[in-house]
Ligand binder design. Structure first.
Ligand code: VGL
Ligand code: ZN
Length: 208
């Protein structure tokens, strides 16, 4: 068994005060640090939402549309978001509290202006791979343990793809926080991940 810890989008824009803040998002950073220091994983991979300024998931890039509207992008429903995680910006940077020195690989996603990428593995149209699966394969990873932001978007789609790709997949529940646009989104996301074959875990399991 070769185990990877996957840290999803622990970036300033998803933390309190950020452009697309996830409630209590900063609470998961100490958990990520403890897990990295715990020595339980063979490698640590961090994903980074990394959009060009003209990205089509930004409401400002669509005339007459607002944040929360849904449009069609590459034939899939796309929720429009505030401008966030623009390549090279402060908001796209990792949390200053994150122990980035322990990250072995960084995979960037959402770099194509025309299509979004919630999953760390593939664009939302499922046509283009980000490179995460190659990184894991190169390191002979068989088990992925996923935590981060946001439960109901990037964590969920990363976990669902990991299951589809055949990785033994674990979600570290207390290491995740969600956007919760509608009440119950995070609970539904956890159920969906579990139904797809992911095991729901807590950070305690790794730290004791
Ligand atoms: C995310 C919305 C837009 C996420 C990224 O990291 O979950 N959510 N871009
Ligand atoms: Zn994004």
């Amino acid at each position: 068994m070769t185990k990877a810890l996957i840290l999803v989008d622990l970036q300033n824009d998803f933390l309190p005060g950020g452009a697309l803040a996830v409630g209590d998002g900063d609470a998961v950073v100490p958990i990520a640090n403890a897990l990295m220091r715990g020595g339980c994983f063979d490698c640590v991979v961090a994903t980074q939402d990394w959009h060009p300024a003209d990205h089509a998931s930004f409401a400002v890039n669509h005339d007459g549309r607002s944040v929360g509207d849904v449009v069609q992008l590459a034939d899939v429903d796309q929720i429009l978001w505030p401008v966030h995680c623009v390549q090279g910006s402060e908001g796209a940077g990792f949390s200053g509290a994150l122990d980035v020195g322990r990250i072995n690989e960084i995979v960037r996603k959402g770099t194509d202006a025309r299509v979004d990428s919630y999953s760390g593995f593939f664009d939302n149209d499922n046509r283009t791979a980000t490179g995460l699966s190659d990184v894991l394969q190169r390191r002979d990873v068989t088990e992925v343990h996923v935590m981060g932001l946001a439960t109901d978007y990037c964590v969920k789609f990363t976990v669902l793809d990991a299951c589809t790709l055949g990785f033994a997949t674990f979600v570290i529940e207390d290491g995740c926080r969600g956007v919760e646009l509608s009440a119950g989104d995070c609970a539904r996301a956890m159920e969906e991940m579990q139904r797809a074959g992911a095991v729901i875990a807590t950070s305690q399991t790794y730290l004791s």
